[in-house]
Design a protein. Structure first.
Ligand SMILES: Nc1ncnc2c1ncn2[C@@H]1O[C@H](COP(=O)(O)OP(=O)(O)OP(=O)(O)O)[C@@H](O)[C@H]1O
Ligand SMILES: O=P(O)(O)OC[C@H]1O[C@H](OP(=O)(O)OP(=O)(O)O)[C@H](O)[C@@H]1O
Ligand SMILES: O=C(O)c1cccnc1
Length: 469
């Protein structure tokens, strides 16, 4: 999987790094926060995904000989290139657990490293975490509405080039059951499955022979695509014949797949025809431009669909396309740092921090996370980040610290979890979130607050910067 070297970065990271190097600042320690500002899909939550890939890549990230030659041709200086030759990420990473539910404007992950190392990894970190978090969130929304139905990822062919690879992984974290993507299945140990294409049916002179040959070739998990010519007049009657022939051989047809037309109508009619032939065990799969809204609508119409195959809208994160996750400097050279912006929501939070999930006495999430300085063990009073008179006492609540050290001196500290473990964790964390945050229309807004000490630090820095201007 690891096709990345340290040039998987933006040029400005290297331009800045060369200046730090030449000015003797290369060992200056820095803290950067990773967070996003806007939830995708008008969702009330997001699912954090991509952490284990990031840690694995960082633990072996180097500049290759080829990279250094290229950078030389780009005009980088000899002594800086010599330094890059031995550069490895030796920093610390604090992170929320992969699969957890996460919310805008509060740190999900913090990097503490030399300014050069921290800067060079920014691009790959954002590339991996933004994309997977987007897709895991999309997948999770489909899982929420699909109930017990099986969700399969069919997206590799529609993905933005190599995005399909990580999209599959993220889909599983968000609650999908399997994929048609063979390489992702192999690399990430994901159940791989699939049906047949229209071309297979078209390549025969008649549909029945195509179905027969396929069923003989693949008696286990056989799924027949029934809409190439006419679903109810040809596809289903031929599938029934083949299913009966399979029964004669002691085999069972697993499912039929619908891929066009009114999926509710065709699923209901197909179910009736299969049941009338005593094939109630044959499942119905559906595909064709599905997303969480279509799946929800189909199930509200009581369409008897057992398996949903989802491609385009899953792997492209339609309609949002990207998560706006950012990486902002919070501390460097022994001082807290802030970025002030015209837009109040874009003002950053200084210092190394900790984030607490606020829970009631029964351990139930109340819909709030509070951000404090790293050394604060808990937060007494949470302030609205920007509205001065809004605050809430947290004295009687439980507080769960969310950021934990997952990488130290460039080494991964946690044992690798399987994707199914991460997915189960994600589903259990989502189940702790009250239902109001999970509805599709105008979900309740999760509260993010800051501690009194962090507020004072931030406001002091804003004042200081304003006085300088
Ligand atoms: N019963 C339904 N309720 C809600 N959405 C549906 C239903 N049936 C299909 N859809 C969705 O409607 C969209 C368009 O389906 P439509 O029937 O127009 O196209 P199509 O069948 O793919 O056309 P074609 O026959 O040319 O392939 C798809 O996203 C599909 O998943
Ligand atoms: O609609 P999506 O959510 O993107 O799901 C993937 C689509 O890819 C396949 O179609 P395609 O026409 O590429 O091949 P086929 O001949 O196998 O149907 C499949 O039949 C789905 O319709
Ligand atoms: O296995 C399938 O049915 C499949 C795989 C990829 C894309 N569409 C369908």
């Amino acid at each position: 999987m690891n096709q990345f070297t340290a040039t998987y970065t933006d040029q400005y990271q290297l331009s800045m790094a060369q200046v730090y190097f030449k000015n003797g600042q290369k060992d200056q320690q820095a803290v950067f926060d990773y967070y996003f500002r806007k939830l995708p899909f008008k969702s009330g939550y997001a699912i954090f995904s991509g952490l284990e890939d990031l840690l694995e890549i960082l633990s072996t990230l180097r500049f290759s000989e080829d990279d250094l030659q290229f950078l030389k041709e780009q005009g980088f200086e000899k002594d800086f290139l010599e330094y890059l030759k031995n550069l490895q990420f030796k920093g610390k990473i604090y992170s929320v657990k992969e699969g957890d539910i996460v919310f805008p404007t509060r740190p999900i992950l913090q990097v503490e490293a030399s300014i050069i190392e921290a800067q060079i990894i920014e691009t790959i970190l954002l590339n991996l975490l933004n994309f997977q978090t987007l897709i895991a969130t999309k997948a999770s929304r489909m899982r929420l509405v699909a109930g017990d139905a099986t969700l399969l990822d069919f997206g590799l062919r529609r993905a933005q080039a190599s995005g399909g690879y990580f999209a599959t992984r993220a889909a599983i974290i968000g609650g999908f059951n399997g994929t048609s993507n063979v390489v992702a299945g192999k690399d990430f140990d994901i159940p791989v499955s699939g049906t047949m294409a229209h071309s297979f049916v078209q390549s025969y002179d008649d549909e029945l022979t195509a179905f027969r040959d396929f069923a003989e070739g693949h008696p286990e998990n056989c799924v027949l695509l029934v809409d190439t010519y006419n679903t109810l007049k040809s596809g289903i009657p031929n599938a029934v014949k083949v299913a009966k022939e399979m029964e004669g051989r002691g085999q069972k047809l697993m499912a039929v797949r619908l891929d066009s037309g009114d999926l509710s109508y065709f699923a209901k009619e197909s179910r009736k025809m299969l049941d009338a032939a005593e094939l109630d065990y044959v499942k119905i799969a559906a595909s064709n431009q599905l997303d969480e809204h279509v799946i929800k609508s189909l199930l509200e119409q009581q369409a008897p669909i057992d398996i949903f195959g989802v491609g385009t809208n899953l792997v492209t994160g339609d309609p949002d396309g990207a998560l706006d996750g950012v990486y902002k400097l919070a501390f460097s050279a022994g001082k807290p740092r802030i970025k002030i912006s015209e837009s109040i929501i874009k003002i950053t939070l200084p210092h190394k921090k900790q984030v607490f999930r606020i829970k009631d006495e029964n351990g139930k999430c109340i819909g709030a996370d509070a951000i404090g300085l790293y050394h604060e063990n808990s937060i007494e009073e949470m302030h609205h980040p920007f509205e001065p008179y809004k605050s809430m006492s947290l004295k009687h609540y439980e507080q769960e610290a969310l950021l934990e050290l997952v990488m130290d001196e460039g080494k991964v500290l946690q044992k690798k979890r399987s994707l199914s473990e991460i997915s189960e964790y994600s589903i259990s964390r989502l189940s702790e979130l009250p239902i109001e945050y999970k509805r599709f229309n105008n979900p309740h807004i999760y509260k993010i607050g800051i501690s009194e000490t962090l507020k004072q630090e931030r406001d002091g820095l804003i004042k200081m910067q304003k006085n300088k201007i």
